[in-house]
Design a protein around this ligand. Structure first.
Ligand code: ZN
Ligand code: ZN
Length: 355
């Protein structure tokens, strides 16, 4: 009989349980068995546990998708990894041979998305959301999902790799230049990652709008030049004051439904990035403003090729990730982690495996 391990299992809206599951073993030549260090809490996890539920999740799977660990064993074909290597994980590895992969768009891989009509009406088939994920001791996954990082990389920062890859790749589309101005709506972990990336990219003004005081303070720590409480202040007015009445070059939506505000805050030919992910929201777009200002709008979600770069960013300390990571909570107290994330009084939370 196979050995068993404890795992956090998603049991349906608002519920999880600790259950015993078989320890997976290497079966295929390209398999990599990982001893999990831990798994960060994602905004998607909060949306899955929210009432009403804002993101679907498959019942009875091992939960958690932002995980990292070290190699425990490898299949015969895996030559670039060996036991003991620290690794970050892409929880939805692209196939490498579909039309989108071949076109250099692995984020849109046919195997990453499943939808009734087209891939994009569906869902990314993320491990830890639609298949077994990382909140357990051991995971086996194909080599294409596994990226080695240096021996000095800190596990709690490695847990930020997957969301940071999505942010970094999305930001490249905006072509940010030194001296540009930017506005970030929302200073949750994703908004904070964008703030840090914009700072590292040389923006001279980074205006961050966020109602929670804890998060506004964090934004200032990681690079915001000005923070605004949108519940008490007029964000649009402050954007104009900070940008010589022009509007910002770049506006990043890291909440969910604020794209109309982004269109209002950018300068003519300004660029908007929709990154906040709320499947229920249908904002009304001000078409007149959009076309007169010639606004350029981008979407962003996953970042594949950027995974390797993220490993290097973590190793070399390019971004103040220690400041974005605010809590480490053991997996045996997972409820606390979800409650804290749902309270928004935190940055990124890393759940360490302690069973
Ligand atoms: Zn995530
Ligand atoms: Zn593909």
């Amino acid at each position: 009989m196979a050995d068993t391990q404890k795992a956090i299992i998603y049991k349906g809206p608002g519920e999880f349980a600790y259950e015993d599951r078989p320890v997976p073993e290497v079966e295929h030549g390209d398999d990599v068995k990982i001893k999990v260090y831990g798994c960060a809490v994602c905004g998607t996890d909060v949306n899955i546990f929210a009432t009403p539920q804002k993101h679907p999740c498959k019942k009875d799977i091992i939960f958690g998708h932002e995980f990292c660990g070290e190699v425990a064993a490898v299949g015969a074909q895996v030559t670039n990894l060996e036991p003991g290597d620290k690794v970050i994980i892409d929880p939805h590895g692209p196939c490498g041979h579909c039309d989108n992969c071949l076109a250099g768009l692995p984020e849109a891989c046919d195997e990453v998305f499943l939808g009734p009509d087209s891939g994009f009406d569906g869902q990314a088939l993320t491990m830890g959301v639609f298949a077994d994920g990382g909140l357990t001791n051991y995971v086996v996954l194909p080599q294409k999902c596994v990226y080695k990082v240096g021996a000095d990389a800190k596990p709690e920062l490695m847990g930020m790799a997957e969301p940071l890859a999505g942010c970094g790749y999305a930001l490249e589309k905006l072509n940010v230049h030194v001296g540009d101005t930017a506005c970030v709506l929302g200073a949750g972990p994703i908004g904070l990652m964008f703030t840090a990336l914009l700072k590292a990219s040389g923006c001279r003004k980074i205006i961050v709008s966020e109602p929670i005081e804890y998060r506004r303070k964090k934004a200032l720590e990681v690079g915001a030049t000005c923070v605004v409480n949108p519940e008490q202040e007029d964000v649009g007015k402050i954007v104009l004051e900070e940008t010589e009445n022009l509007g910002v070059d770049h506006c990043i939506e890291a909440v969910g439904g604020l794209i109309p505000d982004c269109i209002a805050y950018v300068r003519p030919r300004g660029k908007v990035l929709q990154y906040g992910h709320d499947e229920l929201i249908r904002p009304e777009i001000p078409v007149g403003t959009l076309l007169k200002k010639e606004v350029e709008i981008h979407g962003g979600f996953l970042g594949k090729y950027y995974m390797r770069k993220v490993g290097q960013i973590i190793e070399d300390g390019v971004l103040p990730l220690e400041k974005i990571l605010t809590h480490v909570i053991p997996a045996s107290r997972y409820k606390e982690a979800i409650e804290l994330a749902s309270s928004y009084q935190c940055g990124k939370i890393f759940v360490s495996i302690d069973f």
